[in-house]
Design a protein around this ligand. Structure first.
Ligand SMILES: [Zn+2]
Length: 258
């Protein structure tokens, strides 16, 4: 959840990616494998990409988003890698947003160009990107599972936040078991100032009280579903983080499919 800053310049000093290039590759690969490519219009000449793989009578619906923080490149790269691998199960509909903060990536900042942390803006919707995203979400079907891909400079390994409506069963351990062969799990008793147990955390209640809603809180509150915010540790090489994120997403999909 937190970012690494160069104390002299206050700028992000991790690996950067050419987000236009990554998104163009996502669109190209997705189109090649028969995905529908849509764009959410955002004022000020911006847009958000949506990739859809749909069946008429799906058994499940899964939503995946990445790149809401412009200093967390593993998420969009993991989406691209998963699209290239093309091992999606039959009869599950997927809606994937590979990057919710393209301008953050262009500026190498966590926030958008107006210095808004988009992942705290889902209650007030001050940012045009989030207004457009929320409007799109409100018209979308209910999902069985939503996954939000993130990174954390302070983490010692992979961990996740779980938001679960009582009708669902937890799949947190299955996700972490999928990651374990490729990446260490952060087993700290406290992560980012909140209590954690074996890499699993609840969504912090103070964000709800302060109305600093992250995307996961909006999804949970409005859709009453099963949500995981997946966090890799940014100190590890980028390729390892991408591999860990792909393993987590695949484990989540496989567990839900069963
Ligand atoms: Zn993040």
């Amino acid at each position: 959840m937190t970012q690494k800053l160069n104390t002299n310049t206050d700028c992000y000093c991790g690996e950067t990616i050419d987000i236009d290039c990554v998104l163009n590759d996502c669109i190209e690969v997705a189109a090649q494998y028969g995905w529908i490519v849509e764009k959410i219009f955002v004022p000020n000449e911006k847009e958000l990409i949506v990739l859809k793989r749909e069946y008429e009578a799906p058994q499940r619906r899964i939503y995946i988003s990445a790149g809401i923080h412009g200093d967390e490149p593993a998420g969009p790269l993991a989406v691209l890698e998963l699209l290239k691998q093309n091992v999606w199960p039959e009869n599950i509909n997927f809606h994937i947003l590979p990057c919710l903060n393209p301008h953050g990536f262009k500026n190498n900042t966590r926030e958008n160009e107006d210095c808004i942390d988009l992942n705290r803006d889902y209650y007030h919707c001050n940012a045009p990107e989030i207004c457009a995203h929320v409007e799109w979400l409100d018209k979308s079907p209910d999902y069985d599972l939503t996954l939000c891909l993130h990174e954390d400079w302070d983490a010692k390994g992979f961990y996740l936040y779980e938001a679960m409506h009582p009708k669902h069963a937890s799949i947190a351990n299955q996700i972490l078991d999928g990651v374990r062969p490729t990446f260490p799990i952060d087993d700290s008793e406290e992560i980012d100032g909140y209590p954690a147990v074996n890499g699993i955390m609840g969504v912090p209640s103070d964000l709800h009280t302060l109305k600093h809603w992250p995307e996961s809180m909006y999804l949970f509150e409005k859709k009453k579903l099963l949500n995981y915010t997946l966090e890799t540790a940014s100190d590890f090489p980028l390729q390892c983080r991408v591999k860990a994120m792909c393993a987590a997403v695949k484990a989540a999909i496989e567990t839900l499919r069963k």
